[in-house]
Design a protein around this ligand. Structure first.
Ligand code: PEP
Ligand code: MN
Length: 346
């Protein structure tokens, strides 16, 4: 439930609302806005009797949030959330952000080369996994801690921000110490203990859609993070499983528009895992930006044929360069730009 205060409501009136909510046994979340303050009521399981609240001084309106995901819903917050990044840029603003790099960190030379290449093409965030959730236990599992250190080195060398995956609550702290954005992979979208831990930190969380998760399930997973207190969540459409094996996953472009309708959270698109084939990545990257995605997560490798994971869907550096130019042109047509390395819009 959401209690919307009148524009001229006093601090004492807001405090009174908070006290009544707490006396009713729930938790109150005051949210001062530009126009007016709203007070969120959380901790309820089912409809709350609002009779003690709607008559209080300074209360303009009491809204019952109809969706099971509350704090991530548009009903709760109409304005889009902008997730701030350490370089001054943000995800969810006018400009779209591009995060690019190899699937995995493989060596110092590989990650530094990739970082320089994606930076030269205009990306501002370097993506690469150090801890890799692989379907087979015999496949390359990532370099672990060394991979994180190599990513931190790449950040020092290039100024790029780092997004990398945390696979479990025990490993989260180490990832948080090295990453600017913590990625929660598709296989962990419903790892609720991991999501709760992500809610207790303040670093931005990139939450990828589960292998066969519905959009409400994705939003409920994001709700776990917001409910614990971290508002900095970036959703990611990366395709879902389908009956048709022509593409690795079914890249759900409509999810971008649906999520923007249901939630104030930003959503980026990952056409690499969404399609599984490098030649399909540029067209789907262009389409995702046209559909309103707030950014892209793209796999690029200095030498995709020798990649230790996901080589078939990794772009050659020159393919990525061309894609960046096309994406910038499409962003401009829809009144957006692309975040540039200094965090300043192009
Ligand atoms: C990845 O980003 O490399 C990855 C493992 O993605 P997903 O969790 O979407 O499969
Ligand atoms: Mn990958």
């Amino acid at each position: 439930m959401l209690i919307v205060m009148k524009q001229d409501a006093t601090e004492a009136q807001v405090r009174a609302v908070v006290e009544v909510i707490e006396a009713m046994g729930y938790e109150a979340r005051p949210m001062p806005g530009r126009q007016r303050t709203t007070v969120g009521l959380v901790g309820n399981d089912g409809r709350v009797d609002d009779s003690r609240l709607d008559g209080l001084g300074g209360v303009a309106e009491v809204i019952h949030v109809s969706k099971p995901y509350k704090q991530v819903s548009r009903e709760w917050k109409a304005e889009p959330t902008r997730v701030p990044l350490p370089d001054g840029s943000m995800v969810g603003g006018r400009e779209v952000i591009v995060m690019a790099g190899p699937c995995s960190v493989e060596s110092e030379e590989q990650i530094l080369t990739a970082a320089r290449q994606v930076k030269a093409a205009g990306a501002t965030v370097l993506r690469a996994g150090a801890f890799k959730p692989r379907s087979s236990p015999y496949a390359f599992q990532g370099l672990g801690k060394l991979g994180l250190e190599l990513l931190a080195h790449a950040r020092e060398e290039t100024g790029l921000l780092i997004v990398t995956e945390a696979m479990d609550p025990a490993g989260l702290e180490l990832v948080v110490a090295h990453a600017d954005i913590v990625q929660i992979g598709a296989r962990n979208m419903q790892n609720y203990s991991l999501l709760k831990e992500c809610g207790r930190i303040r670093k931005p969380i990139l939450l990828k859609r589960g292998l066969s998760a519905t959009i409400p399930e994705l939003l409920l997973s994001a709700e776990y993070i917001l409910a614990e207190g971290n508002p900095n969540v970036i959703l990611c459409e990366r395709g879902i499983r389908s009956f048709d094996a022509t593409t690795r996953n079914l890249f759900d472009l409509a999810a971008i528009a649906v999520v923007h309708g249901l939630s104030h959270l930003p959503i980026v698109a990952d056409p690499s895992h969404g399609t599984g084939h490098r030649d399909m990545v540029p067209p789907m990257a262009r389409a995702a930006i046209a559909a309103g995605a707030d950014g892209l997560l793209i796999e690029v490798h200095p030498n995709p044929e020798r990649a230790l994971s996901d080589g078939a869907q990794s772009l050659f550096p020159e393919q990525f360069e061309r894609t960046m130019r096309e994406v910038a042109a499409i962003a401009e047509v829809i009144g957006r730009g692309v975040v540039t390395p200094a965090g300043i819009a192009s």
